[in-house]
Design a protein around this ligand. Sequence first.
Ligand SMILES: NC(=O)C1=CN([C@@H]2O[C@H](COP(=O)(O)OP(=O)(O)OC[C@H]3O[C@@H](n4cnc5c(N)ncnc54)[C@H](O)[C@@H]3O)[C@@H](O)[C@H]2O)C=CC1
Ligand SMILES: O=C(O)C(=O)Cc1ccc(O)cc1
Length: 302
Amino acid sequence: MLPFARVTVIGLGLIGSSILRAVRSHMPTVRLTGHDADPAVRETVRRLDLCDDVTDTPGAAVIDADLVILCVPVGAIAAAAESFAADLPADAIVTDVGGSKASVAEALRAALPDATIVPGHPVAGTEHSGPEAGFATLFHGRWCILTPEDDTPEAATERVRAFWEKLGSNVEIMSPKHHDLVLAVTSHVPHLIAYSIVGTASDLENVTQGEVIKYSAGGFRDFTRIAASDPTMWRDVFLNNREAVLEILQRLTEDVTALQRAIRWGDGDTLFNLFARTRAIRRSIIEQGQDDERPDFGRSHE
Ligand SMILES: NC(=O)C1=CN([C@@H]2O[C@H](COP(=O)(O)OP(=O)(O)OC[C@H]3O[C@@H](n4cnc5c(N)ncnc54)[C@H](O)[C@@H]3O)[C@@H](O)[C@H]2O)C=CC1
Ligand SMILES: O=C(O)C(=O)Cc1ccc(O)cc1
């Protein structure tokens, strides 16, 4: 028994197109409809034949949907939801994939006051964007976090859970506020660090005579991958998770200051103990199969 028969995806970039591909692959009888605000993206999705119908208007896309998934940058969620509000069937469930949750949940509720909404976030992605960057296995073995409201019918949350499990994900339920704090630590601040160090290195290119790029085979290269992530998407994430990101940045600043002091005073024990602890964290992530070095992670398209 499939959780949904007619699924509509609004926003057909990396995540939206990956969902289309994954539904085709895991639930081939589901009728798939897509819409994107950008006509060039709609054309690409038609050419790639990723869904049954690509509509030119958002209203036509949702008119007979039983699940609508918003896959747009979090700053565009309100406008995207408003654009189809008048055509949404009363019994449809609306979800999204935005990387921040508290402000997104509020925007969805304001735009769709009577709808059944189960906000979500697949914690799976890459630094690429657009419909050609998507792939069907993106969600395999990855967490998808759902943040239903207190009065969301449990049956609706369970159907959305079943949908993500069909795509190969593990599903966890938490409050939007807790999601935003956890993701600030594990994803948002790490991206900010990458953007920041690559920017600093680039500013220093005059001093280093081009050697930053030349010798970027080491750890710096990993930072450049993350810092190549979509500028619109990440601008919106930081503006929509301001409180948690600022809280974690404050903690990080204190910890970096402590390391600065250890280096200045030659306190090798402090440095060694931290590095040993962080090495163990990396090893436990790999043991849990949560790293990107899995053979099916789909990086072959890079
Ligand atoms: N990129 C990643 O690794 C991940 C992204 N996310 C979340 O997924 C969402 C989408 O991100 P990506 O797919 O990476 O971005 P993307 O840039 O590849 O695709 C976004 C698409 O949304 C379209 N769009 C923008 N405003 C629209 C509107 N009002 N109506 C219809 N279409 C509209 C754009 O034209 C674009 O094609 C974001 O909210 C992001 O936080 C979640 C997990 C991972
Ligand atoms: O590419 C990477 O390293 C990522 O961290 C992917 C990612 C980006 C944004 C999300 O909300 C979730 C996952």
